[in-house]
Design a protein around this ligand. Sequence first.
Ligand SMILES: O=C(O)CCC(=O)C(=O)O
Length: 264
Amino acid sequence: MQGATAAERQQFESQGFFTRERVFSQQEIAELREAAEHVHSQVLEAADRDEGSAIDQVDVQKYQEVLGSTIKWEWREDLRAIRSMEPTYHLDARLERLIDDPRVWEPCADLIGTRELSLFSDKLNVKRPGGAPFPWHQEGPYWAHGAEDLERVITLLVYLDDASEDNGCLWVIPGTHRHGALKTFDDRGTLGRLYTDVDRLDEKPYPVALPAGSVLWFHRDIVHGSKSNRSEDHRRAYLLAYQPAGLHQWRNGVQRDVATSAGA
Ligand SMILES: O=C(O)CCC(=O)C(=O)O
């Protein structure tokens, strides 16, 4: 039984998240790290061969479509690295297998209220040493125009490396999911509209520092973000978001139902 426990459901409702430590073994995580690097190098090589779309610069961020994935490049010019890519599972079978792994989807099934699930999105976030922060934001308002059943999208993040405050672990602001869509910086460029103004919130940020292989499940409206990576270590994470079966993914519009019967 890997579904959400009563205590986890309660924490999800009151705080907007819960975590489980070391859901994946060291060996499984080593394989997922290999998968992440495999995807990363495929994308870099394709971009070097000029196979990507023209770069779309939005404020300080650079986006590009490469190999069917939306790539967000690192902010710094001297760090030739990908910050995040979405979707990615089509580029490595090990990532695709994870989508059907009951250890990640079963708690989502309980929270969504059905075992018939489909993928809403998958994203690989790679934070190299020196990698940039991810400003405070909520997923809900960002997805509002693309999701077919927004209220029933549940997200999780698998840490592929030990995540600490030093290497830029995710931070959440517990309880903020109850406010719905919060105020953003509408006067700070295009991206400011996606970033949450946290100054007037009473809730306090909490660092989700956990060992590699741990998983964080979180509500679409919880305010979250991360700081820069001040360490010499990588901080890679793979994010999955699930929704009821039969719906389409966020970025590529493809329907990808989850093989939930295999894990039943
Ligand atoms: O990986 C991170 O540090 C931030 C993750 C996140 O919030 C996102 O990708 O939406």
